[in-house]
Write a protein that binds this ligand. Structure first.
Ligand code: SAM
Length: 220
């Protein structure tokens, strides 16, 4: 990662406090996840007018009617993937590129897919400006996954869908974990699917609210 990006001392301090008060305090203890959240400059992924609010404990609007998720939710979902550093990971819903940037610090290779090409393009620009070179941004319907690079040890879906698409579970590697918000648009349940010994185990972790996952195996 390049180190010539700009921030004020206040932003650096706000990010440190974000990790301690919003993330560690809520139970995320994996030091690698906390370090990634401390390292990636979240303010660069939010629209310039909202930068003073980049380290608040809330999601923020981006462009095209989409959002950048609350920092704690990003850390929680990342933590649930239980990455060790060697994995190939797929993210569905690139949005601002912030979650993908976090994943680059924790996995060997990240593929991230976004259905809105303008968002994919701006995420690609910022990820490249930060020198994060183990991530590839693809435009398409992520409810179909990205079969050309499967299987994945981790799949993270950052939009809420009616069910976990079978095709994503098929693209999950043995020992791999998938994390996705599942349920109606008003409230979803953060769901973890694990593939072990060729069997599928599903667990519900808690409620959350995401923008809708729109596509062939999502909402219309
Ligand atoms: N991970 C993002 C970040 O770090 O900023 C936040 C994602 S935002 C909550 C959800 C994103 O999912 C939106 O950008 C939306 O366009 C995208 N999306 C919705 N349905 C999709 C689909 N079928 N394939 C790919 N992206 C999709």
């Amino acid at each position: 990662m390049k180190s010539d990006w700009k921030e004020t001392e206040r932003q650096a301090e706000q990010r440190r406090l974000m990790v301690e008060r919003q993330i560690r305090a809520r139970g995320v203890r994996d030091e690698r996840v906390l370090e990634a959240m401390r390292t990636i400059p979240r303010h660069l992924f939010v629209p310039p007018a909202l930068r003073p609010r980049a380290y608040e404990d809330s999601p923020l609007p981006t462009s095209e009617g989409q959002t950048i998720s609350q920092p704690y939710i990003v850390a929680w979902m990342t933590d649930l993937l239980r990455l060790k550093g060697e994995e190939v990971v797929l993210e569905v819903g690139t949005g601002s590129g912030y979650q993908a940037a976090i994943l680059t610090r924790l996995a060997a290779k990240v593929y991230t897919i976004e259905r809105i090409s303008a968002l994919a393009e701006s995420a690609r620009t910022i990820l490249s400006e930060l020198g994060l070179d183990n991530v590839e941004v693809v435009v398409g319907d992520g409810t179909r996954g990205l079969p050309e690079h499967a299987p994945y040890k981790g799949i993270i879906v950052t939009a809420g869908g009616p069910r976990v698409p079978d095709v994503l579970v098929e693209q999950l590697d043995e020992g791999g974990r998938l994390v996705m918000p599942v349920g109606p648009s008003s409230l979803q349940m953060l769901t973890v699917v694990e593939k072990r010994g060729g069997r599928i185990f599903t667990e519900q972790k808690g409620s959350c609210v995401f923008v809708p996952l729109i596509g062939q195996h999502g909402w219309e």
